[in-house]
Design a protein around this ligand. Sequence first.
Ligand code: SF4
Length: 54
Amino acid sequence: MATGKTAVRPGLVKLLAETKSGCTNCGVCVGDCTFLKKEGTPGQIAGPAASLPT
Ligand code: SF4
């Protein structure tokens, strides 16, 4: 059934959950990375993706 959301490969589900729970959003890594400055902390990136269907 189409949900309108992109599915996450099953192998990534655990990694996304670990990143979401392990990142405190302290921002230290963001200061050194242009990609993270644009997209947010790893926890902020992983959060929405962790709830996507598999
Ligand atoms: S923002 Fe970066 S340095 Fe801070 S907890 Fe998350 S991953 Fe680690």
